[in-house]
Design a binder for this molecule. Structure first.
Ligand code: PMP
Length: 786
């Protein structure tokens, strides 16, 4: 059935021309001798022409009242699609002998009609058949493909109004009274609930679309779609309207045959979204647009059928399915219908606009293990969106993120989001097939490391990276002991929590782990050097020996973040490396915190010390929030593991994760974030030092690049509770930081590297205010802009 609008041209009769006349036009104008048969049509006349050669074309005689520019638009659209997507099966225009797209021909009825000829596609209209298997998915794909092909199409005639347009259904209000009285309330109710639907689509993606990819215009052969025809309803509309028209058309048939409308909708949407992913703002409108289109169908039928008794069957052919579907869908209130379609599309899972929910804390405690998974801040934050250096809470308040090193290039960086979404749309699977992304990422990382570090193994978290580093070390050295600093953190796994002295309960120390003091500067200003590093490690090795262990691994975070953010001398780090090598163990630079440019001089902090680690662990910022991590090491170390076992982790280095990793490296590189970390970090620490003139609670400021450990103390010395009070006050003032250090007495400031100096200013002003509010100011004001 041709779902064309009734319009002015319907009041005039269709062209009164016959097959003999049409055959003459075809021969004279196109040079084609053919047998003609009449095809069904509402307002035009169409003839199927079969030439002696077997070639078939359709000769279309447009209504004399048809706006010629609309015909020109249809032709231009077909040419456009043929050009941008040549394999998409739509009719092609056949030119006249002299190369014209159309030709005006005077008919025996005295009127002049525009004639054109198009090619014939195989198959029959889908509304003539039972719906084949897989049709719904295919329908979605074809609809999206055509919409994509038409994306760049423009024609001045595209602004025309079509009565079938679901956004204009209110214009059909006068025909409600022509409906069966028992049905009027239902349709009036639909018209009421879709008030404003046009305005709601006004900001959605739109274009000059086919707007009639329906069962009557989709051709099927052997169970598969073979083509799309009839550009006669083209107009400028929201793409979700175009899609809703397609869905409505299928659902009418599904409803009429007792099928499952939700399943059919899900399939169409799946097929469609493989090419055109939809936004929440679109998917929430699909149901209402379907209802509007159904209302338009029954109203146009009520209007036209009585006026055209000869054509009654044709004009009411869509009614039965429409009524069934109207009954089904109006069972759902608008919100419920929206949420069903959003659920089918997956967009209900994107929760960027959550409202504050007072029950969330209790629900979280109940289901996430209570104290095992604590929240930050006395008054926990409900964050719903990220935007560069900002985090936005459910109440709409914006917080400056001075804490999260994971979002190294800023929250929701579009480059990473696009890389993840784009790759997820194409392929995401494990790494046991060849794939470009994982190889390229490994090559890129290895190229940033000293030559000896030639092998990259992917995992999914920092803990897995250090866990694997531990396993490689144990396998490689055949030893069993670990050496870490006091206040270390290397992970959460069964193998790495013993290496995380920061998390040990009071008085606990695993037998196979020895600790040494991190390189704090002494009160006299002296710092531990190479010799002292060796002494500390030697003592740890001796301690392990007492427990019957030789050292397999010495692990450090080269930024000593959990120890309060320390900046040791190169000599100290070299001393650690020399000492552990002398004892037969390996050296792990755990760059999970420090890596990816935070140190401000190089991508990796260990490079500042001129050492070559045996193992490097990468994690947190590696995917800017997407879980990906890695161990970089020498091939010989890995070979010792592969002599016994292989290493594979299902998600590790998958195409999506690797795409995220590549995007992060690109952005750090192209935006020069490492150097910026240096500049903004120096500025930040300089600003804190100036504030210290005013605020007696501010002590030493440490760090390099964009990280700062800021000691907080009161008159009695280091003060953990004051530090926590400052952290919480800063949160109330809209700035997020954490605490760190031996006694939890230092502020940990570790922002995304995209911070500019202006963000440091926001932090400094808030810190000034927080300390003032907490009564820890000496009354003098510092200059905040050094
Ligand atoms: N190593 C270091 C130095 C870390 O800071 C962390 C996490 N803070 C880890 C390992 C563990 O990483 P994840 O939490 O991703 O397992």
């Amino acid at each position: 059935m041709d779902e064309r609008p009734a319009s002015a041209i319907l009041s005039e009769p269709a062209p009164s021309v016959g097959t003999v006349w049409a055959a003459g036009v075809l021969l004279e104008t196109y040079g084609l001798r053919a047998e003609l048969t009449d095809l069904r049509s509402e307002r035009d006349r169409n003839f199927l022409a079969t030439a002696d050669t077997g070639r078939q074309v359709v000769l279309k005689v447009s209504h004399s009242a048809e706006n010629p520019s609309v015909v020109a638009m249809e032709n231009a659209a077909m040419d456009h699609v043929a050009q941008v997507d040549p394999t998409l099966a739509i009719p092609r225009l056949v030119r006249t002998r002299d190369g014209s797209a159309t030709v005006p021909v005077k008919a025996g009825d005295g009127r002049s009609h525009v004639v054109r000829v198009v090619t014939v596609l195989p198959g029959v209209a889908a509304d003539c058949l039972d719906v084949p298997r897989g049709f719904a998915d295919d329908l979605g794909r074809w609809s999206a493909r055509l919409a994509t092909a038409l994306r760049g199409f423009f024609h001045p005639a595209g602004g025309r109004a079509i009565e079938w347009d679901p956004r204009r259904v209110h214009e059909l209000q006068p025909y409600v009274e022509r409906l069966d009285p028992s049905r009027r309330d239902l349709v009036a109710g639909v018209l009421e609930r879709v008030v404003g639907i046009g305005e709601r689509t006004a900001s959605l993606p739109a274009g000059l679309l086919h707007a009639d990819v329906t069962m009557s215009n989709v051709l099927v052969q052997d169970g598969a779609i073979t083509g799309l025809i009839d550009f006669g309803d083209m107009h400028h509309t929201a793409r979700v309207c175009d899609l809703a028209i397609t869905i409505t058309s299928l659902l009418r048939v599904v409803a009429a045959t007792g099928g499952d409308s939700w399943q059919a909708s899900a399939r169409v949407l799946q097929g469609y979204q493989r090419t055109i992913p939809l936004d929440t703002s679109e998917t929430e409108l699909i149901g209402e647009l379907v209802l509007a289109r159904l209302a338009a169908t029954v109203l146009i039928s009520a209007w036209r059928a009585p006026e055209n008794p000869d054509n009654h069957e044709y004009l009411t052919g869509l009614d039965a399915g429409s009524w069934l579907l109207l009954d089904q869908l109006t069972e759902f209130a608008p919100e419920a219908l929206a949420s069903r379609f959003m659920g089918l599309c997956g967009t209900s899972r994107v929760r960027s606009g959550q409202r504050p929910d007072p029950s969330l804390i209790d629900r979280r405690r109940t289901v996430l293990g209570g104290d095992v998974a604590p929240l930050f801040y006395q008054e926990p934050l409900h964050i719903v969106r990220g935007d560069g250096p900002w985090l936005i809470a459910a109440d709409g308040r914006r917080y400056l993120d001075a804490y999260n090193n994971v979002a190294v290039i800023g929250h929701e960086h579009p480059a990473v989001v696009s890389a993840i979404v784009g790759q997820a749309r194409v392929l995401n699977t494990h790494s046991r097939y060849l794939h470009q992304n994982i190889v390229e990422l490994a090559e890129r990382i290895v190229a940033t490391m000293p030559e000896e570090l030639d092998t990259c193994l992917f995992v999914n978290s920092g803990s897995e990276a250090t866990d694997l580093a531990w396993r490689l070390a144990v396998t490689s050295t055949a030893a069993t002991g670990g050496i870490v600093t006091n206040c270390s953190y290397h992970g959460v796994s069964a193998a790495t929590s013993p290496l995380s002295s920061n998390t040990w309960p009071n008085g606990y120390q695993p037998d196979h782990v020895a600790v040494f003091e991190p390189p704090h500067v002494r009160p006299d200003g002296s710092a531990p050097d190479h010799r002292e590093a060796r002494q500390r490690v030697d003592a740890a090795v001796a301690e392990l020996a007492l427990q019957g262990h030789r050292p397999a691994l010495l692990a450090i975070d080269p930024m000593f973040t959990s120890a309060g953010v320390l900046t040791p001398s190169a000599g100290f780090i070299a001393g650690l490396v020399d000492a552990i090598h002398a004892a037969g163990g390996l050296f792990l630079a755990d760059e999970v915190q420090a890596g990816f440019g935070r140190g401000g001089h190089a991508l990796w902090r260990f490079l500042d010390f001129g050492v070559v680690p045996d193992l490097v662990a990468l994690g947190k910022p590696m995917g800017n929030g997407h879980p990906i991590a890695a161990v970089v090491t020498r091939r010989a170390i890995v070979d010792r593991l592969s002599a016994k076992d292989e290493f594979f982790s299902t998600f590790a280095g998958n195409p999506v994760s690797s795409a995220a990793g590549l995007a992060v490296l690109d952005v750090i590189d192209q935006e020069g974030l490492t150097a910026r970390a240096c500049d903004v970090g120096d500025y930040l620490r300089g600003g804190v030092a100036i504030l210290a003139d005013t605020h007696s609670a501010l002590g030493e400021v440490r760090g390099q690049g964009l990280i700062a450990g800021i000691d907080i103390h009161d008159a009695q010395g280091e003060d953990r509770s004051l530090t926590l009070a400052v952290v919480n006050r800063l949160r109330d003032l809209g700035v997020l930081v954490g605490s760190t250090g031996r006694r939890g007495n230092a502020l940990k400031v570790r922002p995304p590297l995209i911070w500019e100096r202006e963000h440091a200013d926001v932090f400094l002003e808030a810190l000034d205010q927080a300390l003032t509010d907490l009564g820890r100011s000496s009354g003098r004001r510092g200059d905040l802009n050094p």
